[in-house]
Design a protein around this ligand. Structure first.
Ligand code: PGA
Length: 253
């Protein structure tokens, strides 16, 4: 049994008005009022963060950003910075999500800068890594995933390393209804933990939570989460209603 506390994070992506997001937050707060082993976080769009934070007051559900710019302030039209995420109550922030990498051109280098910006302000990064279908079919899964991991964590201070969260999200499984089999996912998670051991040390690697993401739903959550190196889930589509999200959290304990 690992001592790692499971984390289930809902990535709401570009969905929900302020009213819809706060309604969902209130619903989750009510249904998740009892103390549980799994930790829960939600990542609404930037415009809903403040209202969702207010709706979650008094609950243990954490707030996460979906992305962050690496500079604190200045002439960066359209961006949001780490101090602003702190200001609104975020304790987590997703970085390097595949949609950021593949739709908006985020590179390993700027993902690493975002990670450091978060660290500088005490926000825990949820660093996403994952291969595309062609890469998997070409047998390059581990090269791609472990490469993104090492570059995303470049110069990460070991004293703070136990807190970082990694999310393995095979790109071909995101929003497609296709999920990696529990054993395929476990194989990659184990390799990620092995590489974390090389980057930091074995003890640190053993404390870092590695989430799985990609079409996680109530029906597959238990099998995925029972794998030795899967410490939670990053959930997109199924996190958009309490009816589909809560059973995943329950599966995490
Ligand atoms: P999905 O998204 O659960 O809808 O596949 C996961 C993610 O992109 O984080």
């Amino acid at each position: 049994m690992s001592a790692r506390r499971p984390l289930v994070a809902g990535n709401w992506k570009l969905n929900k008005t302020v009213k819809e997001a706060t309604a969902l937050a209130r619903d989750l707060k009510g249904r998740l009022a009892a103390a549980r082993n799994a930790e829960v976080a939600v990542a609404p769009v930037f415009t809903s963060l403040a209202s969702v934070k207010e709706a979650l007051a008094g609950s243990a559900i954490a707030l996460s950003g979906q992305n962050v710019h690496f500079e604190d302030q200045g002439a960066f039209t359209g961006e949001v910075s780490a101090p602003l995420l702190v200001d609104v109550g975020c304790t987590y922030c997703i970085v390097g999500h595949s949609e950021r990498r593949h739709v908006f051109g985020d590179t390993d280098e700027n993902v690493n800068k975002r990670v450091h910006a978060l660290l500088n302000h005490g926000v825990t990064p949820i660093l996403c890594v994952g291969e595309q279908l062609e890469e998997r079919e070409a047998g390059k899964t581990l090269d791609v995933v472990l490469g993104q991991l090492a570059l995303g964590l470049a110069n990460y201070p070991s004293a703070k390393a136990k807190e970082v969260v990694i999310a393995y999200e095979p790109v071909w499984a995101i929003g497609t209804g296709r999920t990696a089999s529990p054993s395929d996912a476990q194989e990659v998670h184990e390799a990620i933990r092995g590489r974390l051991g090389e980057i930091f040390d074995t003890e640190t690697a053993g404390a870092i939570r590695i989430l799985y993401g990609g079409s996680v739903k109530a029906s597959n959550a238990k099998d995925l989460l029972s794998q030795a190196d899967i410490d939670g889930a990053l959930v997109g589509g199924a996190s958009l209603t309490a009816d589909t999200f809560v059973p995943i959290i329950e599966a995490a304990g």
